[in-house]
Every structure is written in C-alpha cells, then in structure tokens.
Design a protein around this ligand. Structure first.
Ligand SMILES: Nc1nc2c(ncn2[C@@H]2O[C@H](COP(=O)(O)OP(=O)(O)OP(=O)(O)O)[C@@H](O)[C@H]2O)c(=O)[nH]1
Ligand SMILES: C=C(OP(=O)(O)O)C(=O)O
Length: 212
C-alpha cells in the first residue's frame, strides 16, 4: 500500500468518560470544586480533539462518550459522538466506537493530551508506516495512541501497563521525539509538564490558579 494512502486514511476514536467521573487523579488540582473539575476535564478533551482535527493525516474523529455536555461541545467542533455500549470499560468503549469508523486505517487517541501538536501526531502516524503500532506515554507504561494495521481491528488493551500489553500483542512501539503526544495528563505534575509544553487554549483558560 502506498505510504501517503496509509497516512491519509486514519480515523480516530477518542474515549471521554462522563465528566463527573473523569480525571479523578486531578481532583485535588481544582480544589475539589466539581464545576471547575468538569470544566478542566472537558477542556483537556476539546484541546486534544482540536489538535487531532488539525492533523493532515487525520480524516475523521469520533468520540465515545455518554456525557451529553461532552457530545454537545464535540458537535460544535464537527465531531460525532457515539454513546458507550452496555459492556463497561474503556476497551469495550473503544471497540464499540471503532465499529463506527469507515476507514481501513483506524486508531484510538486518549482524550487527555492538552498540549498535543498536530505536527507531532502527524509524525507518529507516518512513523507507523502501515504497521499496528502504539505510542507510549512519557513514563513508558501507558499508551496515548494505538493504530490498527490497515484493514485490521484495534484490539485495544488500555489500562494499567497498557504499553506492555500492546507490545506483547504485537504492536510496534513508536518512540519519536513527540513530547506533546506522550504527555497525557493524569496528575498535577502532568498538568504542569503539559503547561510547559504549551497548552491548548481551552485548557489554558481552565487552569487552576496554582499553575499560573
Ligand atoms: N468512554 C469511556 N472513556 C473512558 C473510560 N475509561 C476511561 N476513559 C477515557 O480514557 C482516557 C484515559 O483514561 P484515564 O487516563 O485513566 O482517565 P480517567 O479515567 O478520566 O482518569 P482517572 O479517573 O484519574 O483514572 C480518558 O480520556 C478517559 O476519559 C470508559 O469507561 N468509557
Ligand atoms: C488507560 C490508560 O491511561 P492512563 O495510564 O493514563 O490511565 C492507558 O495508558 O492505557
């Protein structure tokens, strides 16, 4: 298959929990205020998806969420949202969302990459070069991006130690110089690092006072 053809075909599914359940490890960052917390969790997802939409090799993004507020904000970006399936859990949600994708080249992108730069995502898509591949988070244990082989299924194994699980399942680890793609935000420390990389505008607006 032609390299450009592979690059041009990617459709991504992005999972977003309901905002009242999302990003619990960041709860302290917003001082326990649920409204600020939901705003921050939403901002992380919107900046991530906006960067993905600005990536030339990304044809389409679909979010998988049962949160109407998330679906409504994503619709404003032109992004369709699919409700979660009856089967609980992140991997079930991703498998369900992936079934709605039409391209022969599909992937899953985590929704907590608020510093994501389109050129770094593009570089990762190209580095995959038609292989089933994944990008580990900056610690090397989690996964921020999983790409199926052309025509193949996602076979997601997200969760604790997902980088190892994706490697064991035959996916190629992509370890390029893409700090914004590898900086998922789970904790206050991650948020500080993402801030140093340059946050997307929504997350910058939703930042807790201590980061400024
Ligand atoms: N739709 C959906 N998305 C999920 C589910 N579990 C996790 N996610 C999303 O997957 C991404 C990675 O999950 P985590 O980094 O663990 O985020 P999180 O679960 O919100 O954060 P913690 O509560 O701190 O574990 C985030 O964008 C979550 O919103 C799920 O069951 N359904
Ligand atoms: C679910 C994952 O995210 P995190 O490790 O950030 O919770 C993962 O990396 O598989």
């Amino acid at each position: 298959m032609d390299y450009d053809e592979v690059r041009d075909e990617v459709e991504l599914v992005v999972p977003v929990k309901t905002l009242d359940r999302a990003k619990t490890r960041l709860t302290s960052a917003t001082g326990g205020d649920p409204v600020s917390h939901a705003a921050l969790a939403l901002a992380l997802a919107l900046d991530t998806v906006s960067a993905a939409l600005a990536t030339p090799g990304v044809r389409r993004v679909v979010t998988i969420t049962s949160d109407p507020a998330v679906a409504s904000e994503m619709a404003a970006l032109g992004v369709e949202s699919v409700p979660e399936p009856a089967e609980p859990g992140l991997n079930a949600a991703l498998r369900h969302g992936a079934r709605t994708l039409r391209s022969s080249r599909i992937g899953a992108l985590q929704a907590d990459l608020p510093a994501l730069k389109p050129d770094e995502l593009q570089a990762a898509l190209e580095a995959a070069a038609g292989r089933r591949a994944f990008v580990p988070d900056r610690q090397g244990t989690g996964t921020t991006l999983l790409l199926a082989a052309p025509g193949g299924e996602l076979h997601p194994r997200f969760g604790i130690g997902s980088a190892g699980h994706h490697r064991l399942s035959g996916a190629v680890a992509l370890l390029g110089p893409w700090p914004s793609l590898r900086c998922d935000v789970d904790t206050e420390e991650d948020l500080r690092l993402a801030n140093a990389l340059g946050l997307g505008p929504r997350t910058a607006n939703a930042l807790p006072a201590w980061t400024t």
